[in-house]
Ligand binder design. Structure first.
Ligand SMILES: [Zn+2]
Length: 63
């Protein structure tokens, strides 16, 4: 088990699949990461309470 996991999401702005690196040492976290394709700020909500099934939801900054 590693505390850093790569999770694939879809950008809520441009719809492109991008990969984010999640630090699973925190069970719940929220942060902003710029899309690597369109560079807009994605609001990421991470639920890593189960490190085998890390959930990442990506929303626009205004949601
Ligand atoms: Zn994008």
């Amino acid at each position: 088990m590693t505390l850093l996991q790569t999770v694939s999401i879809h950008c809520p702005y441009c719809g492109e699949p991008i990969e984010v690196l999640v630090d699973c040492s925190l069970p719940v976290q929220e942060y902003i990461e710029d899309c690597s394709v369109c560079c807009r700020p994605i609001n990421l909500t991470v639920n890593a309470s189960d490190t085998d099934a890390v959930e990442v939801s990506a929303t626009t900054e205004n949601e």
